[in-house]
Design a protein around this ligand. Structure first.
Ligand SMILES: [Zn+2]
Length: 364
């Protein structure tokens, strides 16, 4: 009996050890999910020692999610969602006639359904990952990488970055970086600010950490998937169809980045209806790495060899053939020269809401 119990216990211990060994992430090693990480922790203090934040623009912290726009505007803030100033953020896909396919806020339990679809279409996307979700689904992040997608950061807890201190921004970015590195061995290089909420102070801190912000190409390319079910799927599709038709009728000399999500069933379902609209219009589809022809879409210092840049698919008449063209980049990130600003008309819906909120006194 004792022998049976002992052997059963041994099997149990071994099983637990094996399960533990299979997961690349121990959640207990990370901060609480969906909260701004503690900047006093030994880990964050160590990261702060590695960078020099001296000279960061002394802009006041905003409040709200997303924050209301300051009224009057603050000089030299370059606050994308409020004044349309994008600084040196990437706001358009550098490749002509190309849809920079991006999905934010994952990974979620709905992401595998999207991955299955992208695989059938031979498409590569960029996933802007929330660190809090990465530690809960590291296997999905690994799958994204293994299936040729590009990984990027969307912070640890999805708070608006202009509401956080410089040190909190560091904590948000570095914990996410650490989680993705644990899951994949790669160190992220591109990021998207939650709500598109970015100003010159946020940019300063991100640059110190080696990150390149990627906004989206204005209101027309916010798919509004996140508005479902308040906005019907039919309206989401009709609205985006108009945007694509307007784009196709234009010069198409540079591509666009859309705003899409992989958080819930409605997001993932409508994505599978929007993407064919682009394919039918012979618009190429690429990840951020493909759009920017960046052969090194991750920062140095990772523990895994840099993967080949995910390519741009070529929407030939068949619509689903990927060219597999390898990038001829020189290692520099190509940016659209006219991508430094977007007009107020080109703001995201959240941004437009912020403008409306700021103008609330006039409207009331
Ligand atoms: Zn987001």
């Amino acid at each position: 009996m004792v022998k049976f119990i002992t052997s059963t216990f041994t099997v149990l211990v071994l099983t637990v050890a094996m399960v533990k060994a299979q997961s690349p992430i121990n959640i207990a090693d990370y901060p609480p999910v969906n909260q701004v990480p503690d900047t006093k922790s030994a880990q964050v203090q160590a990261w702060l020692k590695e960078i020099d934040l001296t000279g960061a623009p002394a802009l006041p912290l905003h409040s709200g999610a997303p924050p209301a726009c300051p009224n009057p505007p603050i000089a030299n803030e370059c606050y994308w969602t409020c004044d349309g100033c994008a600084g040196d953020d990437i706001t358009a896909c550098a490749a002509p006639n190309t849809w920079g396919l991006t999905f934010d806020d994952g990974p979620s339990t709905f992401t595998p359904t999207l991955l299955n679809y992208l695989k059938t279409q031979k498409l590569s996307a960029s996933f802007f990952l929330i660190g809090s979700n990465v530690i809960q689904h590291p296997e999905i992040v690994k799958r994204e990488l293994d299936e040729g997608h590009h990984l990027a950061s969307h912070t640890w807890s999805h708070h608006a970055l202009t509401t956080l201190t410089n040190e909190e921004i560091v904590a948000e970015m570095k914990w996410t970086e650490k989680a993705v590195m644990a899951a994949t061995g790669l160190r992220l290089k591109y990021m998207r600010p939650p709500y598109g909420d970015i100003n010159n102070r946020v940019r300063f801190v991100l640059k110190k950490l080696g990150y390149i912000p990627v906004d989206w190409t204005g209101d027309a390319f916010d798919t509004n998937d996140w508005r479902q079910p308040t906005m019907s799927e039919a309206t989401v599709i009709a609205t985006f169809t108009k945007s694509l038709d307007t784009y196709v009728a234009g010069p198409k000399d540079k591509g666009f980045y859309c705003l899409e999500h992989d958080v819930n069933n409605a997001d993932v379902t409508v994505a599978q209806k929007l993407i064919p609209l682009g394919i039918a219009r012979k618009i190429n589809i690429a990840s951020v790495a493909g759009c920017e022809s960046d052969p090194q879409p991750y920062q140095a210092g990772g523990t895994a060899p840099m993967p080949t840049t995910p390519g741009t698919n070529s929407t030939k008449p068949s619509g689903t053939t990927r060219s597999g063209a390898s990038p001829s980049g020189t290692g520099t990130v190509v940016k659209s020269s006219s991508a430094s600003t977007v007009s107020l008309n080109g703001l995201g819906v959240a941004a437009a809401a912020a403008v409306v909120a700021a103008a609330g006194a006039l409207l009331a």
